[in-house]
Ligand binder design. Structure first.
Ligand code: FES
Ligand code: FES
Length: 261
């Protein structure tokens, strides 16, 4: 009986979550058109503009909730999901709160945190970076992934003290960090080849997981420039997408790898 109650509750949360997904998608399209109430751009432009927002970090659709095991545990999602929660996997204060300097997206940034504060919290709440998302808070889904010296880490479980000497790159700064084939330093709007491939292959659905997918893909291509399908699947293992965009992700990584060759 208790299990049935929990299942019913989870189903209700999931329904609310999907409802919010629909709403956020609509809001995001309005935003792309110049704010709520604005006329959406015509035809394919509406779709591609929204897809672009999904992969550059700043205006991703936020639907909240965990993707792990298909259970919606963040039904208070929507725009609230852009702010990390005050409870749950919170910081353990083993050191005093104070000013710390970290290198994020090529800039020295000062943050006010305890050494144990999760990196994700300072990135989102203090530095306003919307690429990394709070999904599970347990290193299980990958939504919070960032690059630390070029390698993917889970920022939800990484204390800020652990990255004091590292160069952190978030999805928000991924394009500017790219200097390979096709890069154009004079064009700040130019996307990273992975972000462009994500748009070209129409990968994102709700978009919540896509930050982690692109960050992990960037890590993969930095060590394996022309990965096979098997190598891609193995590298992306551990990044969860409840919308099932996995096939598109494989296509997009292969497309980007050609662009970057
Ligand atoms: S939020 Fe899920 S792995 Fe960090
Ligand atoms: S969870 Fe929705 S696109 Fe991956």
């Amino acid at each position: 009986m208790e299990m049935a109650g929990r299942a019913a509750s989870a189903a209700r949360d999931l329904a609310v979550d999907y409802e919010r997904t629909d709403q956020m998608s609509e809001d995001d399209q309005h935003q792309a058109a110049g704010g709520p109430g604005g006329m959406p751009p015509a035809g394919g432009e509406e779709r591609s503009t929204t897809r672009r927002n999904l992969v550059i970090g700043g205006a991703a659709v936020a639907v909240g909730g965990a993707v792990a095991a298909g259970v919606a545990i963040g039904s208070g999602g929507g725009d609230d999901a852009r702010t990390t929660p005050a409870t749950g996997a919170g910081p353990t204060a083993t050191g005093g709160r104070g000013s710390l300097t970290i290198d994020v997206n090529g800039e020295q940034r000062q943050v006010d945190a305890t050494p144990e504060t999760p990196l994700l919290y300072v990135l989102r709440d203090q530095l306003g970076l919307r690429g990394p998302k709070f999904g599970c808070g347990l290193s299980q889904c990958g939504a919070c992934a960032v690059l630390s010296d070029g390698r993917q880490i889970r920022s939800c479980v990484t204390p800020v003290r652990a990255v004091k000497s590292a160069k952190i790159t978030t999805l928000d700064g991924l394009a500017a960090s790219y200097h390979g084939p096709g890069a154009d330093a004079t064009n700040p709007a130019k996307l990273h080849p992975l972000q462009q491939a994500w748009i070209d292959e129409q990968v994102p659905q709700c978009g919540y997981c896509q930050n982690g997918m692109i960050i992990q893909a960037a890590d993969l291509l930095s060590t394996t420039p022309s990965p096979s399908d098997e190598q891609i699947v193995k590298a992306m293992d551990g990044h969860l997408c409840r919308c099932g965009t996995y096939n598109g992700i494989v296509r997009a990584i292969k497309r980007a790898s050609k662009e970057m060759a």
